[in-house]
Ligand binder design. Structure first.
Ligand code: MF3
Ligand code: CO
Ligand code: CO
Length: 302
């Protein structure tokens, strides 16, 4: 009774104020029902279920901002793909992409992010992620590589990565790339409003294990949009019905890192960035930025 009274008072004060989402609408015409729905939900702390904070909910104009960054980001990935060929060094691809992004008035978000020295990540063969482009990394026939690009424009971030290959690759490498894409899509399909973020990892994990692959769990996806990395952490191998509630307006990445061998990874001591499979086996990753909508989700960057 006390609680209900308090809730009514709370709404009485805020109903005619502007909504916290920044839409410019009155609270009573915007997110009041959304807040009430969350308020009435039961969260099971034994499953780590938590409410999403308001700061990671995007309004319509935020989503437009992310879409604008994503247009440039997708163009940058297209360009990177065109430059993948035998004999090219990965710094060349980095430099061309850097120019593409900056000449469009945007910024390659990886550059100087926590000290990262280049504009994009290029991860070849047994490199899981965060590979640093280098004049010394020369692409050769049979290589598989992930190119991960994040672009920010006017304060909005879009993050995506794709797999590429050089010349003729082994059937093992071809299968890894193909199944890893299916794992990402299975995760995206599981990202539904009013369900929990753990559903994404449950779907990815099952798909990977059913196909004999391991899933890297030391790194994962993340909220994105008004910053590069936001809540929630998106595991790609975990239990369904756990973690943060997914609600319309949330933007996050699904970016499974999948290994042929064991899931364990190491970080190169020489640069403190390059993440490799501990057993030297091949690894693949695809990444998309998605928006949780009222009815499901929508891909914003790919
Ligand atoms: N784009 C990566 C991600 O998907 C992050 C790279 S951070 C960097 O989250 F510093 F390595 F560039
Ligand atoms: Co990325
Ligand atoms: Co990401």
């Amino acid at each position: 009774m006390v609680k209900k009274f308090f809730k009514e008072m709370f709404h009485y004060v805020k109903r005619n104020n502007l909504c916290w989402c920044g839409s410019g609408k009155k609270y009573k015409k915007c997110h009041i029902f959304f807040d009430e729905r969350i308020e009435e939900m039961k969260f099971d702390s034994s499953k780590g279920q938590i409410r999403p904070p308001h700061k990671i909910i995007n309004n319509a104009s935020d989503i437009e901002g992310i879409r604008r960054a994503a247009v440039i980001n997708s163009g940058a990935l297209d360009l990177a793909g065109e430059l993948v060929e035998e004999g090219t060094d990965t710094l060349k691809i980095n430099d061309a992409v850097h120019e593409f992004i900056t000449e469009r008035g945007a910024h390659p978000s990886c550059l100087k992010f926590e000290g990262f020295p280049k504009s994009i990540c290029i991860s070849v063969n047994n490199v899981v992620c965060h590979g640093i482009p280098s004049k010394k990394t020369i692409l050769k026939n049979g290589d598989i590589l992930n190119i991960d690009i994040t672009t920010d424009l006017d304060g909005y971030f879009a993050d995506a990565s794709r797999m590429f290959f050089v010349g003729k690759i082994s059937p093992e490498a071809e299968r890894l790339i193909r199944i890893t894409h299916e794992i990402m899509e299975a995760g995206i399909k599981a990202a539904q409003p009013w369900h929990f973020v753990g559903d994404i990892g449950a779907a990815c994990g099952k798909y990977a294990h059913d196909n004999g692959y391991s899933v890297v769990t030391d790194l994962g996806g993340h909220g994105v949009g008004k910053a590069f990395h936001l809540e929630p952490f998106v595991s790609h191998d975990c239990k369904a019905d756990t973690g943060m509630l997914l609600v319309p307006g949330m933007v996050l990445t699904v970016e499974p890192m999948i290994n042929v061998g064991a899931k364990n990874v190491t970080i190169d001591k020489s640069d403190d960035w390059t993440v490799r499979t501990a057993d030297g086996s091949l690894s693949a990753q695809w990444e998309k930025t998605i928006l949780i909508t009222d009815t499901g989700n929508e891909v914003l960057a790919s």
